[in-house]
Design a protein around this ligand. Structure first.
Ligand SMILES: [Zn+2]
Length: 420
């Protein structure tokens, strides 16, 4: 006869009197406060959320709003923190691409690891638990300093930050010899295949070959698509047509999709319905889109530059918000702070009627895009939490909350804010 497993009767810690958005909370009893908020005591045992009960230690959170660890499903760690040497685009996306390409020779192994490590640290300190990063991939991963630097970061940040790479490639590379080998290397490193689909679309044969090779290697794909305000943009349709022709059945993420907001409404809605039927996921990038779209020196922007997230979400398309570029040629500011991204999204997209409905876009829904079960507070989930010094939506949304308390596996990171 074996010994019965030890029965825990006391949690390690109870956070008393926390307020959670019900959209980010599952299977936990609490008091409904209305407005999408619930008050409860949150028990933590062995670094995970536990059923409520007596505890070794109790901390009163004073009714402060608490979110799970957040998920940033679209960043560029290879370009980040280079704006001091690249400058930033005055005239839009094409100029930014040129500035970034000119800087590529400066991206040595030492440069990449130093900048990536700093960027990941910024995200970590603010409560982010996972990053999907695009990496410019002129060569196959085995020959790429950026992929090697990322592998070092995956080892260094193991257990603290999920780091998922996407190979950002020319689509027509799929027609070149060696693309199957390249896809196999991406798969071996746990990555995705990605690329830039311009407004005019791409050679259908190249997109088909891209998806066929990706499918054979078991790769999901993540494209930059229709990052423009051309009402006649064909990028999204190009991808959807290729999915239909090839029967590609792995997850497809489409970043940007700004052009939907510039198309005439019936055409945009028809395209959104096709996106829903194809099962694609969409990531909107509020800071970079606001910066680059409808941009020209000496003129004021008239268009907001963001895709039609409300219509896509209503059709059942998973929509996430992410950082995209941080302090590089594409966007000169930013701090890997998803709270800043979320506030910008709510303002730009006029989502303030129900911000709670959109919080999953930086948490569980962004996790769904990445295939992660994260971004939710539930029994058994890691006790990765962010406690904001705010007790209602108005106060929460009104401030940057740089003094938030971040807990990982139930333990506060160093440098707890003064209010604790
Ligand atoms: Zn991007």
């Amino acid at each position: 006869m074996t010994d019965a497993p030890e029965v825990r009767t006391r949690a390690d810690l109870v956070l008393r009197n926390v307020v959670l958005p019900s959209a980010l909370c599952q299977g936990l009893p609490g008091t409904d406060l209305g407005d999408g908020l619930m008050r409860m005591d949150l028990a933590i045992t062995d670094g995970r959320i536990a059923q409520p009960g007596p505890a070794q230690q109790v901390r009163d959170m004073g009714g402060r709003i608490t979110l799970p660890g957040l998920i940033d499903a679209h960043v560029h760690l290879d370009k980040t923190l280079t704006v001091q040497r690249t400058g930033f685009a005055r005239s839009g996306l094409a100029e930014a691409v040129g500035l970034a390409m000119a800087d590529a020779p400066n991206r040595t192994a030492a440069d990449l690891t130093a900048r990536m490590d700093r960027a990941i640290g910024m995200a970590w300190r603010q409560g982010t638990v996972a990053l999907r990063t695009h990496l410019d991939s002129m060569t196959a991963p085995d020959d790429s300093p950026a992929w090697q630097a990322l592998a070092q970061m995956q080892a260094r940040w193991q257990g603290r930050m999920v780091l998922e790479p996407v190979a950002l490639m020319r689509i027509d590379r799929a027609l070149e010899p060696g693309f199957a080998t390249r896809c196999a290397q991406i798969a071996a490193r746990g990555g995705l295949a990605g690329g830039y689909i311009p407004a005019e679309g791409c050679d259908p044969a190249a997109v088909d070959a891209f998806l066929i090779h990706a499918g054979h290697a078991g790769l999901a794909v993540d494209f930059h698509v229709d990052e423009c305000l051309d009402p006649n943009a064909q990028g999204i349709a190009t991808v959807l047509d290729a999915i239909a022709r090839t029967g590609f059945d792995r997850p497809v993420t489409l970043g940007h999709c700004c052009a939907l907001s510039a198309m005439d409404r019936p055409r945009a809605l028809a395209l959104a319905e096709r996106m829903a039927r194809a099962g694609v996921r969409v990531i909107a990038l509020p800071l970079t889109n606001a910066f680059l779209m409808d941009r020209a020196p000496g003129t004021s922007p008239r268009l907001r530059g963001m895709t039609m997230v409300q219509e896509l979400a209503a059709l059942g398309v998973p929509v996430g918000f992410a950082s995209d570029n941080v302090r590089d040629a594409f966007y000169p500011y930013g701090a890997y702070d998803l709270w800043e991204v979320f506030r910008q999204a709510v303002l730009t997209l006029q989502l303030e009627a129900a911000p709670q409905d959109w919080l999953p876009a930086i948490a569980a829904r962004a996790g769904q895009v990445m295939g992660l079960e994260a971004g939710i507070i539930a029994p058994g989930a890691p006790a990765d939490l962010i406690v904001f010094d705010a007790r209602d939506w108005t106060d929460l949304m009104s401030r940057a909350h740089e003094n938030r308390l971040v807990l990982r596996a139930g333990h506060p990171l160093d440098g707890a804010p003064a209010w604790t």
